[in-house]
Write a protein that binds this ligand. Structure first.
Ligand code: NAD
Length: 273
């Protein structure tokens, strides 16, 4: 089955749904990657800090799909920011994964106190020109961070990967992304299950005969976001991709919108350094 893709502002495209590898144990990662690809995913969300890039590469090589059909994302960790260090960090990730280039390289966090994200962004621009990465983007960037790198370089990130779930809907940031042609990608899309029991989610699940997690992932898709849920179980991976044969009504989307609580599960990007 072919799943939806979203256009990127650099002329490429990204599968709308993928799977994430945060907290996936290194010795299980190759299996999870193989099972994810067998389930039909074509987007893998990795990061140097997850400590499992080697397993990502192993899984990719041992799966029954061609390298070029899979979109691989990884990220530059906070202690590798800066012009030269970022180039070395990208090289290290490529070596661990065992690829000549990745599809998308993100700056993992802006770390405003370090004051290095602009240099890091310039380094990613150069690495894209050198063919080490196909697309470049950011993660956890606020509007002010985005304005800074766009204003200084004229290069708009292809994507911003941010915490987004029914209790943190990021309306303002999503509107900024839409205006600038930046794909919004939701991390912790299931919000640690905190909305599984909420009335609007339960009602939509009952009407559609779906599970709460599927309703929430479908909500992300209908918002136009890319989404990267994590499951280490083959059945969970299958369930989280099975969200393309039902639709939430406008009333159901509006009811889920009322769950906004300004509640983060992870760090505040303004304070995380
Ligand atoms: P998630 O929202 O995908 O939730 C994962 C949890 O939900 C796990 O405990 C899993 O067992 C459970 N789960 C998965 N599918 C389920 C289902 N169908 N029903 C019930 N429970 C289910 O959370 P996450 O891993 O925090 O986020 C997803 C990915 O986002 C990560 O793996 C990572 O790749 C990325 N991420 C990025 C950042 C960042 O700073 N850029 C931060 C956190 C996560």
């Amino acid at each position: 089955m072919t799943h939806p893709i979203l256009p990127l502002n650099d002329g490429r495209a990204i599968p709308q749904v993928g799977f994430g590898l945060w907290q996936v144990p290194a010795d299980e990662t190759a299996r999870v990657v193989r099972e994810g690809l067998a389930a039909g995913y074509r987007l893998i969300d990795g990061a140097a800090i997850y400590g499992n890039e080697v397993g990502l590469g192993e899984g990719l090589r041992s799966a029954d799909v061609s390298r070029d059909s899979v979109f691989v994302t990884t990220k530059v960790w906070n202690d590798r920011q800066g012009r030269d260090e970022t180039a070395r960090a990208v090289e290290d990730s490529l070596q661990r994964i065992g690829l000549d280039r990745v599809d998308l390289m993100l700056i993992h966090w802006p770390c405003p106190e370090q004051g290095l994200f602009l240099d890091t962004w310039k380094s990613l621009i150069a690495l894209r020109e050198a063919g080490k990465v196909r697309s470049i983007g950011v993660s956890n960037f606020r509007i002010s961070d985005l304005e800074r790198i766009i204003g200084e370089t004229g290069v708009v990130p292809a994507l911003n990967q941010i915490e987004l779930h029914p209790r943190l809907q990021q309306t303002e940031l999503r509107a900024f992304h839409a205006k600038h042609g930046i794909v919004t990608q939701s991390w912790t899309p299931l919000g640690q299950g905190r909305s599984f029991g909420a009335a609007p989610v339960q009602a939509a699940a009952a009407r559609t005969g779906r599970r709460p997690a599927q309703v929430i992932l479908r909500w992300h898709v209908q918002l136009g976001c890319s989404v990267i849920p994590r499951s280490t179980r083959a059945a969970g991976l299958v369930e989280n991709l099975d969200i393309f044969n039902f639709t939430l009504t406008e009333a159901e989307m509006a009811a889920i919108a009322t769950l906004e609580a300004g509640e983060r599960t992870g760090p505040d990007p303004a304070k995380f350094n």
